[in-house]
Design a protein around this ligand. Structure first.
Ligand code: ADP
Ligand code: MG
Length: 314
C-alpha cells in the first residue's frame, strides 16, 4: 500500500511494517512499526547500518545490545528483539509514543517544579538501577529521554535566546494546558555509549558537550558521576528552558563546563525554589567526588518534599 512504498524495506524485517520515522542518529534510523503477525502492539525499530560502521562503532553496537539484553526496568525502553543481517542490525524496542523530552521542552518552554520533579525522578530511577548494576549511561540528555504519553502544561515566560541561535524561530505552537492529565511515563533510551564499568574508571571522550561532565571535557578518567552531572544539566534545562552551559564555540563551551561556569540567571530563576537550586548546584559540582550520588539525589529534600504526596497517588 501507499504507506509501504514510502518506507524503505530491509531484508529480515518481514514481520514488521515500518510506519514512520521517529528519529535519526549517526548510524541509525528509528522507525515506528506494527506487527504483521498481529501478536504485538506497535514497536520502535532502530535500524543500524553495519556496512557504514568502522570497527570501534561495530563494537559499540555489540556492547549496546549486550547491555540492553540485561536490562529490565520500567524507566528504560525495553529490548524486544534483535535481528541481524550482513548489512544491518535491527533493534526492536518498546515504543515510547510521546517522543523526546527535547521536543516537549521546545513546545513547553520550561516545566513547573512539580512536572520537572515528575520527569527527573523517573530518569533517576533508571539511573539508580543502572548504577546499582554497574552501568554508566554516559549520554543522558533530552534527546535520549523519551515519553510514553505527551506531558502538557501551559508555557510561561519565554526562554532566553541562546547566543548563536538568534535566528531560530520561536515557534508559537505552545501546547495548551489540558486539565491535569497527560503526564506520562518517562523512559531512558540510547545505550550506544553506555558501558559496564564494574568499578573501573573509563576515559573515552563521548556524548554531547553541552551535557558532558568536566572530567569528560578534560579527558580524565570518569565514572558514574558523569551521569549525575548530566542529570543536573537536564534538570536545569527542565526548570529554566535552556541549558546551563552553552556556547556556539566548542572551545568556549568546554572552558565553561570544565570550570563549572553557569548561573541561575534572572529573571528565569527568580521564582524557582531554594531547594531546586540547591539540588541543581550539588549536581553541577566540578569535583566529581563532591557531586551527589544517585542515592543522595533521590533523598534530597527537593525530591522528597513532594514525592510523599506525588508518589503515593501515582
Ligand atoms: P542514536 O544512538 O542514533 O542517538 P537513539 O537510540 O537515541 O539513537 O535513537 C534516536 C532517536 O530515535 C531518539 O532520540 C528518539 O527520537 C527515537 N527513538 C529511539 N528509541 C525510541 C523508542 N523506543 N520509542 C520512540 N522513539 C525512539
Ligand atoms: Mg540518541
Amino acid at each position: 500500500n501507499g504507506m509501504d512504498s514510502k518506507m524503505p524495506s530491509y531484508p529480515g524485517l518481514d514481520r514488521w511494517q515500518l510506519l514512520d520515522l521517529l528519529g535519526t542518529g549517526a548510524f541509525s534510523h528509528v522507525y515506528r512499526a506494527s506487527d504483521r503477525e498481529g501478536k504485538m502492539g506497535e514497536v520502535a525499530i532502530k535500524v543500524m547500518k553495519k556496512y557504514e560502521m568502522k570497527e570501534p562503532h561495530k563494537a559499540n553496537l555489540q556492547k549496546e545490545i549486550q547491555i540492553m539484553r540485561q536490562l529490565d526496568h520500567n524507566n528504560i525502553s525495553r529490548l524486544i528483539d534483535v535481528i541481524e543481517t550482513n548489512q544491518y542490525c535491527h533493534i526492536v524496542l518498546e515504543l515510547c509514543t510521546g517522543g523526546e523530552l527535547f521536543n516537549q521542552l521546545v513546545k513547553l518552554t520550561y516545566l513547573s517544579e512539580d512536572l520537572s520533579r515528575h520527569v527527573i525522578l523517573q530518569v533517576a530511577q533508571a539511573v539508580l538501577y543502572l548504577h546499582q548494576t554497574g552501568i554508566v549511561h554516559r549520554d543522558i540528555k533530552p534527546e535520549n529521554i523519551l515519553f510514553n504519553s505527551i506531558p502538557v502544561e501551559p508555557s510561561k515566560t519565554p526562554k532566553p535566546t541562546l547566543p548563536g541561535e538568534e535566528n531560530k524561530v520561536d515557534e508559537g505552537d505552545f501546547v495548551p494546558g489540558v486539565g491535569g492529565g497527560g503526564i506520562g511515563e518517562v523512559k531512558l533510551a540510547d545505550f550506544g555509549l553506555s558501558k559496564i564499568i564494574a568499578g573501573a574508571p573509563t576515559a573515552t571522550p563521548c556524548g554531547t558537550m553541552s551535557y558532558a561532565a568536566p572530567e569528560i571535557v578534560r579527558d580524565e578518567k570518569y565514572t558514574t558521576g558523569v551521569d549525575m552531572w548530566a542529570l543536573g544539566c537536564v534538570l536545569y534545562t527542565l526548570l529554566a528552558g535552556y541549558p546551563p552551559f552553552y556556547d556556539p564555540n566548542t572551545k568556549v563551551l568546554m572552558k565553561k563546563v570544565s570550570t563549572g561556569d553557569y548561573a541561575f540567571d534572572s529573571p528565569w530563576w527568580n521564582d524557582i525554589s531554594k531547594d531546586a537550586k540547591d539540588i541543581v548546584s550539588k549536581l553541577l559540582t566540578v569535583e566529581s567526588d563532591k557531586r551527589l550520588t544517585i542515592e543522595e539525589f533521590i533523598n534530597h529534600p527537593w525530591i522528597q518534599k513532594a514525592s510523599k504526596t506525588t508518589l503515593e497517588t501515582e
